[in-house]
Design a protein. Structure first.
Length: 204
């Protein structure tokens, strides 16, 4: 079982992105590469990243979004000029529909992230309580709390992606009882009997 985690931010929040990467190092070290891969952070306010962001969101099992007003604005701007479709937001919405995937918003700065129509509406954002991270006095402590919450999410995704393994049951040994026959008259005899019922010969 392998899980890919993809962080998304804007360059304005580069300091927060670096903090996230630093504090998530403990989580990365806790799991081998065969179990967890964290893709590099990409900035959504760089139009050159559109193709890779879309592909990575689609491929990832967990998408972490460092929320701010600039990030929400950047995501809204990712509209395909030919179709008029925002494929980035569509990909994020698709993550919400599948139980084995997770979309994790992290409140870096205050913004209207949970309004009607938002891709993050009704999701539980981290940190769960208090002000956004940028407004906290001890940000390292808050980042540690956030990564702890993410560990729990990771375990949930692990459990959702693991299929139940059917263990073959050991075969119950079958005792085959072979009928006994009288050596004199060939009549069938009871296994517990000492004499043949037909001819009276001693068989035991």
């Amino acid at each position: 079982m392998h899980i890919t985690l993809y962080p998304l931010a804007v360059s304005t929040d580069e300091t927060a992105a670096k903090k996230f990467w630093t504090h998530s190092a403990m989580m990365r070290r806790a799991y081998p590469q065969s179990e967890l891969t964290m893709l590099p952070i990409e900035y959504a306010d760089d139009a050159n990243n559109f193709t890779s962001i879309w592909a990575n969101i689609d491929a990832a099992d967990i998408v972490v979004v460092l929320l701010s007003g600039e990030l929400l604005s950047a995501l809204d701007d990712f509209v395909d000029q030919q179709t008029g479709i925002n494929r980035i937001l569509d990909a994020l919405e698709a993550k919400r529909e599948q139980k084995e995937y997770r979309l994790i918003p992290i409140r870096v700065r205050e913004c209207s992230w949970n309004e009607d129509g938002s891709s993050f509406q009704k999701l539980v954002a981290l940190p769960r309580s208090g002000a956004p991270i940028a407004e906290r006095s001890n940000q390292d402590s808050v980042w540690s709390e956030v990564i702890g919450e993410m560990r729990a999410v990771f375990k949930d995704v692990q459990a959702a992606t693991l299929l139940p393994v059917s263990v073959p049951q050991a075969a119950t040994p079958t005792t085959i009882i072979t009928p006994a026959y009288c050596p004199r008259c060939s009549a069938t005899i009871n296994l517990n009997s000492r004499h043949c019922v037909s001819c009276g010969s001693q068989v035991r």
